[in-house]
Design a protein around this ligand. Structure first.
Ligand code: G6P
Length: 608
């Protein structure tokens, strides 16, 4: 969840590292630091705070050199303080380490190292690595890193520099993503492609157990016995524009407004109008395997879990196969009954969420076929899944996920269409759904036109202390997602409920100060949701209803009605979520919150 970037080449390292950190800051932002090797050995500058503060520090006390590593942190072990910020050094300051992941046996290793005379500056597990490497045998830095890692349990993506070999970075990966960038004027290492996109599109994704040695003129990859491993060079598909604000005030707003294009990206080339089905080339689910599926388990965290909940409804309805949505973090510790014919689908924007990855591995170990619905190409979940669907939604930088959700729902609908057609859905029905899907990006554009209205409405609710969100069926997950968006970025306490559950508890909370956002598009349960709204109204609650055009006027019942275009009910979450995303965004802006970097959160949660 922290960000790593490193550079060794012919150019001054600091500007490249700082620019890389800016790109990575969305992953973690409570402290930042750099280490550069130069004439004065390894020089470290770090602080508790954000990248602009680090840039000022480097302005006041510059460091020179053409090789360096840098880190932006989201604290797990040890508070976000200057001493706990990365890079971490050994006793003599002759080497420096940046690390993502968790060294699980740090508590065992640390006292051993202290007894051997090592002095620790802070409390992090990473510092243990620096001292281990300091003591490790070997002629080269890579030999010493390999020897040190033999004592380590846990996960890491790490980069090390040493004063003794100033033109070299040694990199290692075990369970935490790392990629190398091959540039014209040097080599890069990063935890995330966005940090290198400015310099190169040629990247090498490291596998677990890989050690890489970077020099200005090139790189090689080794295994833990120093044998050379060959790794494929991949091309990055993302544009630089995709990771820039492009005139928007925040990435979150940019990403909300992009959703017509991003849902189109998910659909591109996948709709077969004549056959009335979907083309999903990467699915790797042969006809006989598809026919053998007897249940579907959808796994995810956060917003991706909400997509899983919507997917549960969509898949079950289109395929007739029983489907379940599970919190990945809970599922990974459950002993799943090894039912034959279970298809597990891991849903993840980043493809790196630790709980989702482990849940996927647990499902595989229990005999499931595993698929991934992932945005980031080359990510761990994408690579470990037996097949899947890429979202092609472009990079999502705002910590609060938006465009990934709508693309996930679209991908799940494509999967439902594909499987459904193989399991008895009539061709006409398939063709109809293909047409609904093809029309969806246009309807998203239409739905986004509500933005000015939502901006005004946000003023009315910006001072709320609590909020309830309600929905039913496939829109119950939208209620959860609306509540999550609000609490994540505006810190207003918000809860999502199935609308009919309200009478079993939450109704006690309703008074004239409680805003209730009800997701009520035209679908078979609409009349029921209207009666749920009447129950709220009878208790003096203030209702904002998200309805569809042509749904009739709810004046007298609700305080405000936000209308999105009508669409076939199973696809409605793609549209009904839009006003709720916008509402959370504008409320957070009005409250002066840091929308793209909400407190305590990180974009990609690579620890348990
Ligand atoms: C974090 C992010 C959320 C995201 C969740 C799952 O909590 O802040 O926005 O929904 O992780 O991430 P994933 O990359 O697996 O979709």
């Amino acid at each position: 969840m922290c960000g790593i970037v490193g550079y060794v080449g012919s150019r001054p390292a600091v500007p490249i590292l700082l620019q890389g950190l800016v790109r990575l800051e969305y992953r973690g932002y409570d402290s930042a630091g750099v280490a550069v090797t130069g004439a004065r050995g390894v020089e470290v500058r770090k602080l508790a705070g954000r990248v602009p503060a680090l840039a000022s520090l480097l302005g006041a006390t510059p460091v020179a050199g053409t090789c360096g590593i840098a880190h932006t942190r989201w604290a797990t072990h040890g508070a976000p303080t200057q001493v706990n910020a990365h890079p971490h050094g050994d006793c003599g300051g002759a080497l420096a380490v940046v690390h993502n992941g968790i060294i699980e046996n740090a508590d065992v290793l640390r006292p051993q190292l202290e007894r051997a005379g090592h002095e620790f500056a802070g409390e992090t597990d990473t510092e243990v690595l620096a001292h281990l490497i300091e003591d490790a045998p070997g002629e080269t830095l890579e030999d010493r890193v390999i020897a040190a890692l033999a004592h380590v349990e846990g996960t890491y993506g790490l980069a090390v520099v040493s004063a003794a070999e100033p033109d070299k970075i040694v990199v290692a990966r075990q369970g935490s993503p790392v990629l190398l960038g091959i540039g014209e004027h040097g080599m890069f290492v990063a935890s995330d492609a966005s940090a290198v996109l400015e310099h190169t599109r040629s990247v090498v994704y490291l596998d677990d157990g890989d050690i890489a040695v970077l020099r200005p003129e090139g790189y090689h990859v080794l295994d833990d016995e120093s044998h050379v491993r060959v790794r494929e060079v991949a091309d990055l598909a993302w544009d630089l524009e995709a990771i820039e604000l492009g005139g928007h005030e925040h990435f979150m707003l940019k990403e909300i407004l992009e959703q017509a294009e991003t849902t189109r990206g998910t659909l591109r080339g996948r709709l077969l109008f004549d056959e009335g089905t979907a083309r999903l080339n990467g699915l790797n689910l042969p006809r006989d395997a598809a026919a053998a599926v007897q249940r579907i388990v959808l796994l995810g965290c956060g917003t991706s879990w909400h997509a899983a909940l919507a997917g549960r409804e969509i898949l079950e309805s289109l395929t007739g196969i029983p489907a379940y949505a599970e919190y990945a973090s809970e599922f990974r510790y459950r002993r799943m009954a090894p039912l034959p014919g279970t298809l597990a689908i891991a849903i993840s924007q980043s493809g790196e969420t630790a709980d989702t990855l482990e849940a996927m591995r647990a499902a595989r170990a229990a005999g499931c076929r595993v698929l991934g619905i992932v945005n980031v190409v080359g990510s761990t979940i994408a690579r470990e899944a037996q097949g899947g669907i890429y979202l092609h939604a472009g990079p999502e930088i705002g910590v609060a996920s938006t465009k990934a959700f709508t693309s996930q729902v679209v991908a799940l609908a494509l999967l439902g269409l594909y499987l459904g057609r193989q399991r008895g859905m009539p061709a006409d029905e398939g063709r109809e759904l293909v047409c609904h899907l093809a029309a969806l990006p246009g309807l998203v554009t239409h739905a986004l036109a509500i933005e000015p209205e939502v901006r005004v409405l946000a003023e009315r609710y910006a001072d709320a202390r609590n909020a309830l969100y309600m929905g039913r069926g496939v829109n119950f997950p939208v209620a959860l997602e609306g509540a999550l968006k609000l609490k994540e970025i505006s810190y207003i306490h918000a809860e999502g409920y199935p609308a009919a559950e309200m009478k079993h508890g939450p109704i006690a909370l309703i008074d004239e100060n409680m805003p209730v956002f009800v997701v009520a598009p035209k679908d078979p349960v609409y009349p029921k949701v209207v009666s749920n709204m009447q129950e709220v109204k009878a208790r003096g609650g203030r209702i904002v209803a998200i309805t569809t055009e042509g749904n009739g006027d709810l004046r007298g019942l609700v305080d405000h009605q936000l209308r999105v275009p009508a669409v076939t009910p199973l696809l409605s979450p793609v549209l009904t979520v839009i006003p709720l995303q916008l509402l959370a965004y504008h409320i957070a802006v009005l409250r002066g919150c840091d929308v793209d970097k909400p407190r305590n959160l990180a974009k990609s949660v690579t620890v348990e």
